[in-house]
Ligand binder design. Structure first.
Ligand code: BGC
Length: 728
């Protein structure tokens, strides 16, 4: 291959409008394909357009090297499943794997080789909009999800029919962004990076993920697109990752705005950090030919590199791209996926989407009102009562809102008759915010009527009903990329609606359709039933209707802590203790917030109710490492229940301050009424040990002898404990 051909392989372009038709197709993309200067394209949207690009690329390439095709398949492809954070709340790895496998089959049938998923950024700040795409706040749960999704996408071989290559993203600590602002930088202890943010990537790599995408943010002052120590040393050498690393969208170019230097410096920094492909910015394409001739001397950026070294870096990256193509079968036959592909049966996907929605929703309160009888006279009120578009959630680039069945349709289907429905009640109060939300289309509109009018109508409908189902939440554009908010809370107009409905005395079933954990406010705490339904995908409302009417049993458990107040962020279950815990010795010197009312509580990580009632026995432990622990659970209720039995650990004395508790393992068991089961866990060194890391290079994983406390229970708060002596 010539130098130019090698550099061309590193260029990753967006399909955009595709190949302009007419006049021979002279779009910028078409021109690049003709020159043989593209390695891969993402966002092709159909097999026909991918095929047209492939024909052009193969013709344009002297050696006939084909492109590979990628897409943002984040929570389903055509069949949109619940948001990733919602699916995480199922704690059901078989389900997670099944949804990924279905998405892979749909994607492969359209000629795609790679999906930009799973997104496995730990997210602990609900202000950050990309919580929606995340596996939640916990590294153990996220690691299981990473592995399950990789298995679902890739099976045993990502090149096999119906499979695609997974891409772990965003490497790394994108979720640790300052103040919840998107693209912002992360400053964190190396111990936290190694113990919280990196483990899901290690698990995804261990499961065989074929590719990784770098994150926009800096980690401890160094932007990830220039972080050789994390990419080349930790990921490749440390974890044995042998696949492809792609940049994020213009991530190489953005090194300049990060302050690392001009284009040439950015290119060398990224390439030597191990970013093999440059997405969209074309900085590799523009700069590498010259750099490969002359090298670069940039003392102001602390960079000195010879032409020979640049050529070695180009070869290294090119080899990785070609190895990926070989693994995906592109070098054998660039058209292998572009013939008559068979998409999986749509009906199976729709049924899976409905089951996934029911398993992802979390029942937070139920004062005996649920499940409803199908004959109950219900009224539907709230801004999402008839909504379709928002149910898809963020990053559903191939979804179609016309395929979504609204809550009203779903409820009417189960009830078998028309139900009164009052929509309106503004999703947000501010018109200027609506304009920002609607940048990419119109999913949110302000109700033309005065709020009082809509509230009066809703109150009348609720007053005349036996039960009111209240559909609240946030718009899909409200949670996602570049959608950070100051106050992750239920918007004021909706709280006003809820307050007015509470006055009617009619039992309220409140549903929250959202993309992030929202502080719901004191009104929601008075609802007779409360379900966190997320943005549940094309069958989101059907899944919730199944729960409401008892056609499906609630089994979801929160994968994120729900704050009591929007200012209580970041927040997660695995925080470290302070020297002055709340409530402590001092009245005034509290660690918590002065203005957070006593008793104001959100919902803890791992929390969720069912329609059954499960009693937990005390944990029994034996051994000194590994430790075997057993807990007996019994369904004392009248209906079957799937329970997620959770095991947390704490280490009261260590060399550094450790989290007050952390999730070590969990197991789902389904119990018939009256049935009991004994769930056994093995506590391993890996679960107990922790990192001491003055720097990445000096990081050491240690495990000390002494007391370890094991906590078992239905969530991170309501646990019973037993102590053991760990032998170290
Ligand atoms: C996002 C990535 C995504 C890429 C390509 C970026 O803005 O951060 O998650 O895969 O765009 O669409």
């Amino acid at each position: 291959m010539t130098l130019a051909e090698r550099i061309g392989q590193l260029n990753l372009l967006a399909a955009g409008e595709g190949l302009a038709t007419g006049a021979g197709g002279d779009s910028p993309l078409a021109k690049r394909l003709d020159e043989g200067m593209v390695g891969a394209v993402f966002g092709t949207k159909s097999r026909a357009s991918a095929r047209a690009m492939q024909e052009r690329a193969v013709k344009g390439s002297r050696l006939g090297i084909g492109l590979f095709f990628a897409e943002d398949v984040i929570h389903g492809h055509r069949t949109v499943f619940p948001l990733p954070v919602a699916l995480a709340c199922s704690w059901n790895m078989d389900l997670v794997e099944e949804t990924a496998a279905f998405a892979a089959a749909e994607a492969a049938a359209e000629g795609l080789h790679q999906v930009y998923s799973p997104m496995i950024d730990i997210a602990r700040d609900p202000r950050w909009g990309r919580v929606a795409e995340s596996p939640g706040e916990d590294p153990v749960l996220a690691g299981r999800i990473a592995a399950a999704m990789v298995r679902g996408y890739q099976g045993d071989d990502p090149a096999a029919p119906g499979r695609v290559a997974a891409c772990l993203k965003h490497f790394v600590a994108y979720g640790a962004t300052q103040s919840g602002r998107d693209y912002d930088n992360a400053s964190l202890a190396w111990e936290e990076l190694l113990g919280v943010y990196l483990p899901p990537f290690a698990d995804g790599v261990a499961a065989g993920a074929a590719s990784v995408m770098a994150a926009f943010n800096a980690v401890n002052k160094l932007p990830m697109h220039a972080h050789r120590e994390l990419i080349e040393d930790w990921l490749r050498r440390g974890e044995g990752f042998g696949g492809l690393v792609v940049s994020d969208y213009t991530g190489v170019m953005e090194l300049t705005a990060h302050g690392l230097g001009p284009r040439e410096v950015a290119v060398i920094r990224a390439l030597s950090a191990g970013i093999d492909m440059d997405m969209v910015g074309e900085d590799y394409l523009a700069s590498l030919p010259g750099l490969a001739e002359a090298g670069l001397s940039a003392p102001e950026a602390g960079l000195e590199v010879s032409a020979g070294e640049v050529r070695e870096l180009i070869d290294r990256a090119c080899l990785r791209v070609l190895t990926f193509k070989a693994r995906m079968g592109v070098l054998d036959d660039p058209f292998a996926r572009l013939g008559e592909g068979t998409a999986p049966a749509r009906a199976a996907g729709v049924a899976l989407a409905q089951r996934a929605a029911a398993e992802s929703a979390v029942l937070l309160r139920n004062e005996g009102v649920l499940p409803l009888a199908e004959t109950a006279r219900v009224a539907l009120v709230g801004p999402f009562a008839e909504d379709c578009a928002n149910m898809l959630g963020t990053w559903a680039v191939s979804g179609d809102a016309r395929e979504v069945c609204s809550l009203r349709e779903a409820v009417e289907r189960v009830a078998g008759r028309a139900v009164p429905c009052v929509t309106g009640a503004n999703v947000v109060a501010e018109p200027w915010l609506i304009d920002r939300l609607n940048v990419h289309g119109t999913t949110v509109a302000l109700d033309e009527r005065p709020a009082e009018e809509m509230i009066a109508e809703a109150v009348a409908a609720a007053g005349a009903a036996e039960v009111a189902i209240v559909a609240l939440g946030e718009a899909k554009e409200h949670a996602g990329e570049s959608s950070s908010v100051l106050a992750p809370a239920l918007p004021a107009p909706q709280r006003a609606l809820l307050a007015a409905l509470l006055e009617t005395g009619t039992p309220l079933v409140v549903l929250i359709f959202a993309g992030r954990p929202l502080a719901l406010g004191p009104e929601a705490a008075q609802a007779d039933a409360l379900i966190y339904a997320w943005h549940g995908g094309i069958r989101g409302p059907d899944g919730v209707a199944d729960l409401i009417y008892g056609r499906a049993a609630p089994s979801g458990r929160l994968a994120v802590t729900l704050p009591a107040h929007p200012g209580q962020v970041p927040l997660h279950h695995s925080e470290e203790p302070t020297g002055r815990p709340d409530p402590g010795r001092f009245q005034k010197f509290r660690t918590g917030w002065l203005d957070l009312p006593d008793g104001a509580a959100g919902f803890p990580f791992g929390f969720g109710l069912g329609y059954g009632k499960v009693a937990y026995g005390a944990p029994q432990a034996r051994g000194t490492g590994p430790v075997e622990v057993e807990v007996t659970v019994r369904n004392t209720g009248k209906v079957a229940q799937t329970e997620t039995v959770q095991l947390y650990l704490s280490d009261p004395v260590a060399r550094i301050t450790r989290p007050a508790r952390w999730l070590a393992d969990f197991r789902r068991v389904t119990l018939a009424p009256g049935e009991s089961a004994t769930v056994a866990f093995t506590v391993t060194r890996e679960m107990v040990s922790y990192w001491i890391a003055p720097s990445l290079e000096e990081a050491e994983r240690v495990s000390d002898p002494g007391e370890i406390v094991l906590h078992t229970g239905p969530n991170s708060r309501d646990t019973q404990s037993v102590s053991v002596t760990w032998r170290g």
